[in-house]
Structures are given as C-alpha cells and as structure tokens.
Design a protein around this ligand. Structure first.
Ligand code: GCO
Length: 251
C-alpha cells in the first residue's frame, strides 16, 4: 500500500459530543492525523469555544452544533454539513440510580442520548457513504456493553444496545465498503466519572479490579479511534475494541 495506513489527510469527520471530555480528545486526535473535523454539541457557544481552541492549535476543525437526539435537527444538520468520510458517535450521558426507583425520564434520557442518537446520526450520514462506496463509523460503546454494576441499568442497556447496533450496521452496510466498529472504554477519568474517582472506596476498587492498576485517560482511547478511522482497519467490521486496562479480562 503506497499511502501510510494511519493517515486521515483529506478525510472529513464528525465527532458528536466533542466540545469536552472523550469526544474532544478523539476529535483532536483525528485532526492531528490529518482529518478536517466537525465539532459537535448542543451548546453552540461551548462548541464554538472548543473550535477556536483547536484552530489555535493549527488544526482543521469547524463548529457543527446540533442536538443529536432531535430527529429534525439531525436531518437539517446533515444537509448542511454534507459528505463525511468518518462518523464518531460519541455523545453520552449518565443518570445513575437504582432501577426500582429510576424515573422514566432518566431512563428515556440515557437511551435517547446514548443509543437512539447513534441511529439518527448514522441514518442521516450512511446514505452518502453508501453512494460513495466508502465510510467509517465508530460507535462509543462501553465496558458496560458487556458488564453492569448496580445503579447503571439505563446506561448498560443503552451501551449494550449500541454494541448490537454496531453489528447491525455492519450486517447492512459492510457490502457498501462501510466499516462500522465500536470502542468500549472502561473506567476513564472524565467529568462523568470524576464523582466516582473522588470516592476513596470506589477509587480503590477500580485500581484493585483493573490489572493496569489505574484509571484510564481520554488519551488512552485516541490511538484506537485513529486506527478504526483509517485505511488500516479496512477489513475490520462489526468489532468492539475494549480499552479498559484489562478489567474485563480478569476476575
Ligand atoms: C459507572 C461508570 C461506567 C463508565 C463506563 C465507561 O458508573 O460505573 O460511569 O459506566 O463510565 O464504563 O464506558
């Protein structure tokens, strides 16, 4: 192969939920690898600020704020942003609580944001990829696509569904030369998990339960994202790459 397999130069990528946290780290990594990256979030001002930050780093990015849970907003945004080579469905929230007292609102919010949004955005983007017979879709699954713990029933159900949606997309779109895969982070230190890390008991449990003996960082996820967005992964489809320091490999 003449082209270096990990380059993304000339590619256009959208990373949903990329104004902070893991999404921002993934967006920055795709841009550093040469892609032009659309940054997304619901809060226009926040997305614009993040866009300016990355542009100041000399990266080719643009602001693309829209609500990934709003069907009409997704359709309208897709008309605006046009052809994409890479879609990273990253948007996700947590609303922890025991199932027996979980409100329907908390259930619906997590399912809608963490699972349905990936369907809505991929449904809007895939037809163009199919027409061009080329595309990469990366769904941010989770260690909780496979393993649950108390108070995470809505999140685990959504991420389990996202694992199977990844495989369903492969089943339907691989023949059009789309590669659809998942990244499954384990315990990564972000705003979403900071309250857990601040609890000495939980922090100690994670460090003991994880063979690597530490929490992951968003930077631990970026190489896998560039890999799955690049020609290096052209024959990988429907797979979930778990990045958890070995937690799911041991008891
Ligand atoms: C929790 C954590 C997990 C992690 C997830 C990352 O409440 O146990 O928040 O849900 O965030 O494993 O994908």
């Amino acid at each position: 192969m003449t082209q270096p397999v990990f380059t993304l130069s000339g590619r256009r990528a959208l990373v949903t939920g990329s104004s902070q946290g893991i999404g921002l780290a993934l967006a920055r990594a795709l841009a550093v690898a040469g892609a032009h990256v659309l940054l997304n979030g619901r809060d226009r001002a926040k997305v614009d600020r993040t866009t300016s930050l990355l542009q100041a780093e000399g990266l080719s990015v643009e602001s693309c704020p829209f609500d990934v849970t709003d069907e009409a907003a997704v359709v309208a945004a897709a008309v605006q942003f046009g052809a994409l080579d890479i879609l990273v469905n990253n948007t996700g929230i947590h609303r922890r609580g025991p199932l027996e007292t979980m409100s329907l609102a908390d259930w619906d919010a997590v399912i809608k944001t963490n699972l349905t949004s990936a369907f809505l955005v991929a449904r809007a983007v895939a037809p163009g990829m199919i027409t061009r017979h080329s595309g990469k879709i990366i769904n941010l699954c989770s260690l909780m696509s496979e393993l649950a713990r108390p108070t995470t029933g809505n999140y685990a159900a959504a991420k389990g569904g996202l694992k199977m949606l990844t495989r369903a997309m492969c089943a339907e779109w691989a023949k059009h030369n789309l590669q659809i895969n998942g990244i499954a982070p384990g315990y990564i230190l972000t705003e979403m998990t900071q309250p857990l890390a601040d609890d000495p008991k939980f922090d100690g449990w994670i460090k003991g339960r994880t063979p690597a003996g530490r929490w992951g960082s968003a930077d631990d996820l970026t190489g896998a994202c560039v890999f799955l967005a690049s020609p290096a992964s052209n024959f990988i489809n429907g797979q979930i790459l778990t990045i958890d320091g070995g937690l799911s490999a041991v008891i």
